[in-house]
Write a protein that binds this ligand. Structure first.
Ligand code: KE4
Length: 429
């Protein structure tokens, strides 16, 4: 049991006076699960320590970047060494070339790279490039697909079968929404109908390499191949948003795992090793259109930041075949452990996983799209989350998120996690 988080509460009261919701990213505010967020003091390996001295086994992993675990000594040393030489030059430096070369070497469909400072910057730049390269305006995304907070993505599915998007946030104009179409994941008929009616107007279709923002929802077999083919048929650019799946599920991301070559890809999270980085990459003929080589403008003061590049380089160099095998074994141990517990106590739940990203859904169905994910029992998830938190396990504070397992999660961490799962699920049954 953790101590009453009094310092966290004091900090949260102060935070709410100067930060909207007391946080710098909405999901951290615990609105989906209730209660107040724990303010962190430090982290190491698979563990977080809050300002009240409580430690937790961490499955947020900073929402993906901390695949090696926190404060991995080689990553920390690389950041320190880089910092001692300066934190930002505003001029090119060797690390950004080396990280770009590493991504190009690992990901065949990425012939050139442009670094930016977040996943959002990467995806917004990728769709600008797709529109420039095709001379078309429409972008297609999937309901529940999250690609960052650029206006073109904050669009909700129209009512019923309408694919016409409507703004999903105040401040997003109807004018912007009219250029985004929203369809359900894994719905080949819906995609076919949309392309048959507007295919020659569609600049790009953007899809998460592994959908992780409605919880982990693996693509149905053949769906990605279908998207690849239909985009080729209509001259639409296929954009893999690998901000979460990139270097998480395979050393070449989801495109390596599934053998698909998108036209453009976006990365983030892991390639920054915990520091702010994003990247968009793809076919040379497309990337050469980016300023200063071509007419498509995109820029960034801290793009290619030497510290972030050093952290990303060190992280990727440590992610070898053995690392991915270990991540998959750990992910499978957690999934199978939870499934066995649910069976033993006769509770309906579904665990969906790709490698070291997984989600526990309170439902007796499989979750194939956003509608299915919304139909799960999120009140029950909230109660489960709070129980696990008090039991020293920090899950992502939403039932629509992926749990991230790191190299640093030990068999004992997994054993303690499953013991807590059993206690909490029994409380709920
Ligand atoms: P950022 O702008 O937050 O770096 O990346 C946006 C983004 C783009 N594409 C995908 C597939 C993503 O998952 C994300 C961001 N992921 C969320 C987690 N669900 C970040 C957490 C948060 O918003 O605080």
């Amino acid at each position: 049991m953790v101590k009453v988080p009094s310092e966290s509460q004091r900090l949260f009261e102060r935070a709410r006076k100067v930060l909207p919701g007391g946080v710098n990213s909405p999901v951290r505010a615990f609105r989906a699960v209730g209660g107040n967020p724990r303010f962190m003091f430090s982290a190491s390996g698979a563990h977080l320590t809050d300002v009240d001295g409580n430690t937790y086994i961490d499955y947020i992993g900073s929402w993906g970047p901390m695949i090696l675990g926190h404060t991995h000594h080689e990553v920390t040393e690389a950041i320190i060494r880089a910092a001692e030489r300066g934190t930002s030059y505003g001029a090119p430096s060797k690390n950004e070339v080396e990280l770009a070369e590493l991504i190009v070497e690992r990901v065949p469909a990425c012939e050139m790279v442009r670094f930016v400072n977040s996943g959002t910057e990467a995806t917004m730049s990728a769709i600008r490039l797709a529109r420039a390269a095709t001379g078309r305006d429409l972008i297609v995304k999937f309901a529940g697909g999250y690609h960052g907070h650029a206006d073109s993505f904050l669009i909700q599915a129209g009512s019923g079968v309408a694919t016409f998007g409507t703004p999903d946030s105040p401040g997003v104009t109807v004018g912007t929404a009219k250029d985004t179409r929203v369809i359900e994941y894994n719905d080949i008929n819906a995609v076919t109908e949309l392309f048959e009616s507007e295919g020659d107007l569609i600049a790009g279709l953007i899809v998460e390499g592994v959908p992780g923002n409605i919880g982990v929802v693996p693509h149905e077999s053949g769906f990605l191949e279908f998207l690849r083919q239909i985009c080729l048929k209509y001259g639409t650019l296929l954009i893999f948003d690998e901000v979460m799946s990139g270097f998480r599920v395979h050393e070449a991301g989801a495109q390596g795992l599934y053998g698909i070559a998108p036209d453009l890809s976006t990365f983030g999270k892991i390639i920054g090793g915990g520091l702010p980085v994003g990247a968009y990459c793809g076919r040379r003929d497309l990337m050469e259109m980016i300023a200063p080589n071509g007419p498509v403008y995109q820029a960034g003061t801290l793009s290619g930041n030497p510290l972030a590049m050093a952290a990303g380089l060190t992280t990727l160099r440590l992610l070898n075949e053995e690392a991915y095998a270990k991540l998959d074994i750990s992910g499978a141990a957690i999934q199978q452990g939870i499934e066995q517990i649910a069976l033993n106590i006769n509770m309906s739940l579904t665990v969906q996983r790709v490698g070291s990203m997984l989600t526990l859904f309170f439902t007796d169905q499989s979750v194939k799209n956003y509608s299915d994910a919304k139909a799960c029992d999120h009140a029950r998830f909230a109660a489960f989350f709070q129980g696990m938190l008090n039991d020293g396990i920090h899950l992502p504070p939403s039932g629509f998120e992926a749990w991230f397992v790191s190299i640093a999660h030990s068999p004992s961490d997994i054993e303690l996690t499953l013991a807590a799962v059993e206690r909490q699920l029994k409380q709920l049954s």
